[in-house]
Write a protein that binds this ligand. Structure first.
Ligand code: ADP
Ligand code: ASP
Ligand code: MG
Length: 425
């Protein structure tokens, strides 16, 4: 069996869903588990519902109406009015209405997962109903019946043993009848509460199913021809990589390449399952194959992480930052769920570059200031170049002030700020 994953862009409207069906027609006789994300920007809209509800800043029903109208528009283009998909979608939406009718009693993260996960339930109901309508028999599977997680809402951790047991017990049977479609991004706790695996987590869901079911391969269908040497939204003259090793892929995604969720590679690497990144716009295109094959040479590859903060920590009395201090600092990073993207230490200071998540970073700074002198630089970018060449490096530094630079074999990282080139008036 194979696992396919279709992301938000591939199911963003009725025509896109028809295109997905036409791709799947080519795989009619294969055993396929198909993981689908929420349609288009639905997850962002549902985040607005949660924020309006929890912080009482705006009417959550207004925000929900947008989601509702959007899904009804898509359904009106794909189905007859009498089709029972309308009732199913309505039942799913009513579940959120019940939640937001009352006062918010539970934690933000818990409510977030109960509400935001609805995007994937709506999309999979609609897409699977459409596939059945065009004679591609598809069973809808509730991901919560397979992916068991802990209750760390918004970044739930998978119980691999229980998930494998569920997958093996449930999925192969269903595959006898045709395709199996399930939600990306979603899991469930042993108490039957819904959890989510982190933003952009549908790729990871596909990897979980691939791992648990020993898939022959996994394919993610994207709006790009494959993995490119940089994000085409940020760079011109990018080229497609035909092959990439697991190692290279994990490095790129770890540094922030937005094309695949960083947790995706480990499970498929552990079982040597090849991962294909394919284009839903050009489905016949070769795409990129990620596998154990190591290439001799790679072109320079660039990853840009925007909205970075550089935090410099030093002791007030000019003494060294010692092991004991470092241990204390890392303890604080962990406690505030700070991911360190880059770090550097000198005799008397220690610097870290982190994503600017104000609710975490601000609390960390308050803690740090109790003991240390702290300086914060913001509005920065972290540029990572793998397999760099002098010309690429020079180009990356153009019009930038470099605040921190670090080189390790095959990788250079720069923390930079835009500095417009001064011109004589
Ligand atoms: P999905 O719809 O599956 O969630 P994403 O939108 O998350 O897909 O990922 C695809 C996007 O990733 C592309 O549109 C592209 O802009 C971006 N991207 C960032 N870095 C790269 C890269 N190195 N190669 C290809 N695409 C990239
Ligand atoms: N729908 C979720 C998100 O937008 C998961 C995903 O698309 O991968 O983050
Ligand atoms: Mg994505």
């Amino acid at each position: 069996m194979k696992v396919f994953k279709f992301g938000g862009a591939s199911v963003k409207n009725a025509d896109a869903i028809k295109n997905v069906a036409s791709i799947l027609k080519e795989y009619k006789d294969e055993k396929l588990v198909i993981v689908v994300s929420a349609m288009g920007k639905t997850t962002n809209h549902l985040e607005d519902v949660v924020k309006s509800f929890f912080y009482k800043k705006a009417d959550p029903f207004e925000a929900l109406k947008e989601v509702k109208d959007f899904h009804y528009k898509v359904m009106n283009e794909l189905f007859e009015e009498s089709d029972d998909i309308f009732d199913r979608v309505n039942d799913t939406l009513v579940e959120i209405e019940w939640v937001i009718e009352d006062e918010a009693q539970e934690t933000y993260d818990y409510l977030y997962d109960q509400i935001v996960s609805i995007g994937e339930f709506l999309s999979t109901q609609i897409v699977s109903a459409y596939l059945n309508k065009v004679n591609l028999p598809t069973t809808w599977l509730d991901a919560r019946d397979v992916i068991l997680t802990d209750n760390r809402y918004r970044e739930a951790q998978v119980d691999w043993a229980a998930t494998t047991k569920n997958a093996v017990a449930k999925v192969p049977k269903l595959l006898e009848k045709g395709f199996v479609m399930t939600q990306g991004f979603v899991g469930g706790t042993s108490e039957n509460f819904t959890t989510t695996l982190g933003r952009e987590g549908s790729d990871y869901t596909a990897a979980i199913f691939s791992y648990c079911l020993d898939a022959e391969s996994m394919s993610v269908w994207k709006d790009v021809p494959g993995i490119l040497t940089a994000d085409p939204r940020l760079f011109k003259n990018v080229t497609k990589l035909d092959r990439l090793s697991y190692r290279e892929a994990i490095e790129m995604t770890y540094y922030g390449a937005k094309v695949i969720h960083p947790k995706t590679i480990k499970p498929i690497q552990n079982k040597s399952i090849p991962l294909f990144v394919k284009s839903f716009i050009d489905p016949k295109g070769e795409g990129t194959m990620i596998s154990a094959i190591m290439e001799q040479r790679y072109p320079p590859m660039i990853v840009v992480e925007k909205d970075q903060v550089l935090i410099h920590v030093s002791r007030r009395d000019f003494s060294f930052v010692e092991e004991e201090n470092l241990s204390e600092l890392f303890h604080l990073f962990k406690a505030h769920r700070i991911k360190v993207n880059l770090m550097q230490n000198s005799a008397i200071s220690f610097s870290i570059c982190v994503n600017n998540i104000p609710e975490r970073v601000d609390k960390l700074l308050v803690e740090l200031e109790k003991e240390y002198k702290v300086i914060k630089d913001d509005n920065l970018e972290l540029i990572t170049i793998r397999h760099y060449k002098p010309a690429t490096l020079q180009e990356m530094k153009r019009n930038k002030m470099v605040l921190l630079e670090e080189r390790i074999p095959r990788t250079i990282q720069l923390v930079v700020r835009d500095t417009p080139l001064m011109e004589r008036i």
